[in-house]
Design a protein around this ligand. Structure first.
Ligand code: PLP
Length: 382
């Protein structure tokens, strides 16, 4: 009989730098009284990210959603954009706010990213871009998508909200496509409490993005475009700089947790894991997704989600439902049957993962899952 955890185990908990370190950083802010508007800490953070991504084409925002909205506007994207329905709703909202029609196509079954064949089949004369998501931090089919974009003269934009720190070969993931957006929300493996980042190819875009996030101000007397307010403040930047120093440590801890989950879950009937990671890719283990095959596991994903709560374990049905099934997008016509996306959305569950999660707790979570499966198998024999 496995006992419930005394304290809830949430799907994620943010990493926090030592309080003394953060307080020291705050002292500088108290001294300068510079809270926002391109302050000294934001500039240092920007420089640190330029080094991290090995590019000067870097722009920080107060969150990832506004960063993506502004990116689409700054790049002049219009008409139709081919995208995935298996993502967080902000991906599609960013299109909607720019009056762009989302064209949802299916995902591939291994890592749940956009299926390039489906992308190609959905291109029309109105298509201007592909908006793909490195969902859970798994890189999309980068080369195939780049080839499609080049052949059809489309812009290739990545929602890399989950993929900060991921590297492919020798390159940071932000080097692929025309532009990538990273979210620094508190729930992400790397965060600045709230925050967003754009990394882009075209250096000329920087000026436009800087205007758009600051009301369109060029100077005190000139407003050159109808911008909005999406600036990152100094306290966010301070958190961002400090958490960055711990990134390797955070990723290593997450890697150990992932490894243990995979080891303990892989032989349980009805639990499907993503294929082992390619040696060419540096993952950051942002999420721990599993798929539940109800027939083999003898319990549905929804039941498992509920049963785990009884043990004080809070998993997430991330991403369910598909974006096109939300009330506000039900009127968007979807031609692709979305066979894989629908199957995955009905089966997916993300398990708790964060740097401070004890390996012994991961073991207990796996034992609970195994015991739930065994319980059902046992019941079915009578
Ligand atoms: C895939 C994806 N896109 C966009 C966002 C929006 O980012 P933010 O919360 O920083 O606005 C998130 C998450 O929060 C996300 O998971």
């Amino acid at each position: 009989m496995i006992r419930a955890f005394e304290k809830p185990i949430y799907v994620t908990r943010p990493f926090l730098p030592p309080l003394a370190e953060f307080s020291q950083g705050l002292e500088e802010i108290w001294e300068t009284r510079w809270l926002t508007n391109d302050g000294p800490i934001l500039r240092r953070f920007t420089q640190a990210l330029c080094n991290f991504f090995e590019t000067d084409n870097v722009c920080l925002f107060n969150n990832g959603t506004l960063a993506l909205q502004i990116a689409l506007q700054g790049m002049g994207i219009s008409g139709e954009v081919i995208t995935t329905p298996f993502t967080f709703v902000a991906t599609t909202h960013a299109l909607f706010w720019n009056k762009i029609r989302p064209v949802f196509v299916d995902i591939e079954p291994e890592y749940y990213t956009l299926d390039p064949e489906k992308v190609e089949a959905a291109i029309t004369p109105w298509t201007t871009a592909i908006l793909a998501v490195h969902v859970y931090g798994y890189p999309c089919k980068l080369n195939v998508l780049a080839d499609i974009a080049r052949r059809h003269n489309l812009r290739l934009i990545y929602d890399a909200a989950h993929a900060f720190g991921v590297r492919v070969g020798t390159k940071p993931i932000g080097h692929f496509g025309d532009l990538s957006m990273f979210s620094f929300h508190a729930t992400k493996s790397y965060h600045s409490m709230e925050g967003g980042l754009l990394i882009f190819k075209e250096a000329g875009l920087k000026g436009t993005l800087d205007y758009l996030k600051n009301f369109g101000f060029k100077n005190e007397e000139e407003v050159v475009m109808p911008g909005t307010n999406a600036k990152m403040n100094e306290i966010q930047a301070l958190m961002g700089i400090q958490v960055l120093q711990y990134l390797d440590e955070i990723v290593q801890k997450r890697a150990r947790i992932t490894e243990l989950y995979r080891q303990m879950l892989r032989d349980i009937p009805g639990i499907h894991l993503t294929p082992p990671s390619s040696p060419d890719i540096l993952y950051t283990h942002a999420y721990m997704p599993i798929e539940i095959n109800e027939t083999e596991f003898r319990m549905s994903r929804d039941e498992l989600h509920e049963e785990l709560k009884k043990y004080n374990v809070f998993s997430r049905k991330y991403f369910y439902p598909l974006i096109c099934d939300y009330a506000c997008y039900r009127n968007v016509s979807v031609k692709d049957p979305l066979t894989i996306a629908r199957r995955v959305a009905d089966r997916i569950l993300t398990l708790p993962i964060y740097d401070a999660l004890e390996l012994s707790d991961v073991e207990t979570i796996c034992e609970i899952i195994l015991s739930l499966h065994r319980g059902r198998r046992h019941e079915s024999q009578f």
